[in-house]
Design a protein around this ligand. Sequence first.
Ligand code: ZN
Ligand code: ZN
Length: 148
Amino acid sequence: MSQLTCPVDRSQLIDSKASGEESSKCDLCGGLWLTTAVLESLEDNAASDDMVKGQRQYGKHVVDHTCPHCNEQMIRFRYRGYNLEIEACPNDEGFWLDKSEDRKIRDVMKQRGSNLGRAASAERSWHSARRGEKVGIFQRVKQLFGIH
Ligand SMILES: [Zn+2]
Ligand SMILES: [Zn+2]
């Protein structure tokens, strides 16, 4: 597998299987690259409703970042209409999450306060994650979709 470079700062991405799924991380900016297969496996676990997948690319626009795989300009969009923007390869090879999306993921989690049980559980995971080792954004995306 060829070496991938960060779309933001061009440093080399580090392959990671820390959370049980393949991903590539930038140690410099903290961004994360997920392949389409990994993201789709997340979605299959998170939602059985095919309608939800159809809403994935809402409000999309082209950005300056280029895809680590094909070097074409990526498309930024709001993930399933959440206030969470991620970037996608135009050839569906994968997705890029900025480190700055970290906070937005937490905000989305807070917005789900109507489901008190899940919110409390997400809060607990978040706090235990903060006490222990640094948990990657991928883990928090999982928590966002209710996968524990
Ligand atoms: Zn980077
Ligand atoms: Zn690409």
